[in-house]
Design a protein around this ligand. Structure first.
Ligand code: NAD
Ligand code: DAU
Length: 350
């Protein structure tokens, strides 16, 4: 297998850290450069176990800074990019949309421009892998699934910014011949997820016996995927030699929010020896998220049929592993929830 210099953006975040660890550990002939601004969501603690590996370099920097990105490409001559850096939380995009445009759209275009200038050969080693979301497709009713050909219909500032970045990636492929792949994934869960997102927020609040906020009627539906299976899907697609293709990634694993919350409460009560159903009493129905998408469900048949990827873990196994990880890493939780998180939490759930 050829040597490659791969830029991973957002590698200190939730999904990015699992992708970086997988590539650094599995491919000793690759050098992985992890570019991350270390926003509130980026955390080098996520990568402590691999930070001293010879084939890994961390670079602190901002994808919104075009000159910095251009210079970085001149200095390191990256062969490929796996682009995960983004503002990723829907509720924050409702509070402050502008940073989502700057990071998710302009940041992506800065990277695309740098690749366009830097990649001159067509030896097949260059690839811009854009990590996107199923939210670009909008919302489903009770029936049906998102397929790769589903029209884009984003509903939140976050999903609109991700949809726009997907369009730019395809436009650079179409106009300048930039080799790309895009994958659109459903909701991830697992270790190291920042506790603004539903699953770690429920775990954290249940542990601390704080109210567990449920938006609207709690019957909104998401399709949940174990984060390490997403990283493996990215690995599979990255190495597939497919270019200018799109793949949907999902778990065929739909849950209504209220059911998942009750499941988590039950596991926590059991694990820490609380009375049966005591955490459920913390469930508090609150005002709905504006523009809340009712249901997401991904059809990931294409990636299974063409590339042989499918999830490795059942949800029951994955959620138990996730809860155990948070129970064993209470200091991690404390560290990430001090400071900025408290201000955000008050503003969001006042
Ligand atoms: P995250 O918020 O946990 O991590 C994002 C990372 O990007 C952080 O490390 C942050 O410091 C970094 N970052 C933010 N702005 C930056 C900037 N201007 N310059 C450099 N780095 C910057 O996000 P995540 O949940 O790991 O999501 C990663 C990617 O996957 C995103 O593109 C997201 O849209 C996509 N995605 C997420 C999910 C999910 O369920 N979490 C599902 C599908 C797709
Ligand atoms: O589908 C993929 C997307 O999944 C990713 O692109 C996003 O980056 C990721 O944040 C996630 O978006 P969601 O909006 O689906 O995830 P979140 O964890 O914020 O919410 C999941 C569901 O739980 C959603 O229906 C809203 C609800 N919810 C969320 C929070 C934070 C609550 O009821 N209460 C809450 O406090």
């Amino acid at each position: 297998m050829m040597n490659r210099r791969i830029l991973v953006t957002g590698g200190a975040g939730f999904i990015g850290s699992h992708v970086v660890r997988l590539f650094v550990s599995k491919y000793s002939n690759y050098h992985i450069y992890n570019l991350d601004k270390l926003t509130y969501a980026g955390n080098l603690e996520n990568l402590k176990d691999i930070e001293n590996k010879d084939n890994y370099t961390f670079i602190k920097g901002d994808i919104r800074d075009a000159k910095f990105i251009e210079d970085l490409f001149s200095e390191y001559q990256f062969d490929a990019v796996i682009h995960l850096a983004a503002e990723s939380h829907v509720d924050r995009s409702i509070l402050d949309p502008l940073i989502f445009l700057e990071t998710n759209i302009m940041g992506t275009v800065n990277l695309l421009n740098a690749c366009k200038v830097s990649w001159k050969d067509d030896s097949g080693r260059n690839l811009f892998y854009h990590v996107s979301t199923d939210e670009v497709y909008g919302t489903l009713g009770d029936e049906g699934f998102f397929v790769e050909a589903t029209s884009y219909d984003p509903q939140s500032p976050y999903s609109a910014s991700k949809a726009s970045s997907d369009h730019f990636v395809r436009a650079y492929g179409n106009t300048y011949g930039l080799p790309y792949v895009i994958s659109n994934c459903s909701n991830n869960y697992g270790p190291n997820q920042f506790p603004e997102k539903l699953i770690p927020l429920v775990i954290q609040n249940a542990l601390n016996q704080k109210p567990i906020p449920v938006y609207g009627d709690g019957k909104y539906t998401r399709d949940w995927l174990w984060v390490k299976d997403h990283a493996l899907a990215i690995d599979t697609i990255f190495h597939s030699k497919k270019v200018n293709e799109t793949y949907n990634i999902g778990g065929f694993n739909e849950w209504q929010n209220i059911d998942i919350i009750k499941l988590i409460c039950g596991i926590i009560d059991k694990q820490i020896g609380r009375d049966d159903k005591s955490s459920e009493k913390l469930i508090t129905f609150i005002k709905d998220r504006p523009g809340h998408d009712r249901r997401y469900a991904i059809d990931s048949t294409k990636v299974k049929r063409e590339l042989g990827w499918s999830p490795s873990l059942t949800f029951e196994e994955g959620i138990e592993k996730t809860i155990n990880w948070y129970l064993g890493n209470t200091q991690w939780l404390k560290n990430v929830t001090s400071g900025e998180y408290q201000k955000y939490y008050e503003r969001q759930y006042q």
